[in-house]
Design a protein around this ligand. Structure first.
Ligand SMILES: NC(=O)C1=CN([C@@H]2O[C@H](COP(=O)(O)OP(=O)(O)OC[C@H]3O[C@@H](n4cnc5c(N)ncnc54)[C@H](O)[C@@H]3O)[C@@H](O)[C@H]2O)C=CC1
Ligand SMILES: CC(=O)[C@H](N)C(=O)O
Length: 374
């Protein structure tokens, strides 16, 4: 009987939940069991906008390159206390004192569920991952975090009627995908554990949407470039490091070949896209996983643009074989026409704007002013 009770609740929740406006009857083909065995006293509960006015957001893996910036943006929109950052690392003072932070290991299912229940979470933004280069250096850990961790997240989100955002990546494509440009739907046979885990995430999220009515939303990000946060061990990291080294030493050692073209995006565009797709009306989404793009360049083109501001910059190429092989298998250009058509995606930063913004932010004067202000 508890199982029947649970199923009845789940079906009602799927058909009624206003948070998950995408959960149309047609998306729920058959609900035969809950995604994970739940105890008989567990109660499915979906918190809706009508109860809280604003979504209650949990960001996993929030202390990486992207999480703190996203929390800042969402807190501005939904209120400081409605957005909780979480990670397994210790937060620096400025992050700890800027809004709610909580310890959360995505491999600990019970802990995750407790956090979601106790904080009445309605949106889950799942940022925890091992990126491409560090993933290749530790495949068992990447498999655990990126695949087992994702399973926990999917089940928690389905059980509690959450809107779930999981980012994917240009790395979800491989050498047999069309690379110039790469469309949303094409062959995906990535050659990294990172890419494999992200294709798995895309497919599992879409399956849970179809099977359980989960409000799953996913964007494939290009390489993201930011000034105030460090990248976490990816193939596109060179495009962040060049700015730091150009300003500090006037010299940059690049671990990719000069003609390695990859899709890239400034962090502000990436975070805005994430908020926009999370807020997009369900009816506007014809897909659950979208490419987004802003620009494409290779290291030499980036160096040329930086030299317009710092003409003395010297760039030396010292290729890293692992990163080069990964980059050579990834898209050179990304076709994001579906995102532009369906929910109005539009980037703001192109290459010249990106370079001006990065150098402006990292200039000694600007860093001094930031230090004095904090
Ligand atoms: N930064 C980029 O260029 C791109 C990022 N993405 C995706 O966006 C998301 C966020 O990326 P970044 O912030 O750059 O990643 P990052 O590598 O900088 O941060 C990932 C965070 O996950 C945390 N983490 C690791 N194991 C964990 C565990 N067991 N439980 C909880 N947290 C754990 C780490 O402590 C780290 O703070 C990732 O899913 C990544 O795949 C996708 C494409 C491009
Ligand atoms: C593009 C990504 O997913 C990431 N920056 C990486 O290089 O691994």
């Amino acid at each position: 009987m508890p199982v029947v009770r649970t199923l009845t609740r789940t079906i009602k929740q799927v058909l009624q939940s206003p948070v998950c406006g995408c959960q149309t009857v047609t998306s729920v083909r058959f609900i035969g069991f809950s995604p994970r065995q739940v105890t008989s006293d567990a109660s499915f509960h979906s918190v809706s906008f009508s109860e809280t006015d604003h979504p209650r957001v949990l960001i996993t893996g929030g202390l990486g390159q992207l999480g703190v910036g996203l929390a800042k943006l969402l807190r501005k929109r939904f209120g400081n206390n409605n957005v909780i950052l979480s990670d397994i690392r210790k937060p620096p003072d400025n992050v700890f004192y800027s809004g709610p932070f909580i310890y959360s290991d995505i491999l600990d299912y019970k802990n995750l569920r407790e956090i979601v229940v106790n904080n009445r979470i309605t949106w889950l933004i799942h940022y925890s991952a091992l990126l491409s280069a560090v993933g290749e250096a530790n495949v068992p850990l990447a498999r655990a975090v990126n695949i087992t961790g994702l399973h926990n997240i999917l089940d928690i989100a389905a059980e509690h009627g959450l809107r779930l955002f999981v980012p994917s990546t240009i790395g979800a494509f491989g050498p047999t995908s069309p690379r110039n440009p790469t469309p949303d739907l094409c062959i995906q046979r990535p050659k990294t554990i990172y890419g494999v885990s992200k294709v798995h995430a895309e497919l599992m999220g879409e399956y849970y949407h179809y099977r359980y009515g989960l409000d799953f939303r996913c964007l494939r990000y290009p390489g993201i470039i930011s000034a105030d946060s460090q990248p976490g061990g990816g193939t596109t990291d060179y495009a962040v490091q060049i700015f730091h080294d150009a300003i500090k030493n006037g010299r940059f050692v690049c671990n990719l070949k000069p003609d390695t073209r990859l899709p890239m995006m400034y962090i502000d565009d990436c975070l805005r896209a994430t908020m926009e797709v999370l807020e997009a009306p369900a009816e506007s989404l014809t897909m659950r996983t979208y490419n987004i793009n802003a620009m494409s360049f290779n290291p030499e083109e980036l160096a040329q643009e930086v030299r317009k501001h710092l003409p003395e910059l010297e760039v030396v190429y010292n290729m890293d074989a692992v990163r080069q092989a990964i980059a050579d298998s990834w898209p050179m250009n990304f076709d994001d026409s579906n995102a532009r058509k369906d929910w109005g995606w539009k980037h703001e930063y192109d290459l010249p704007e990106l370079v001006t913004t990065m150098l402006g932010y990292l200039s000694p004067e600007s860093l001094n002013a930031q230090a004095q202000a904090s």
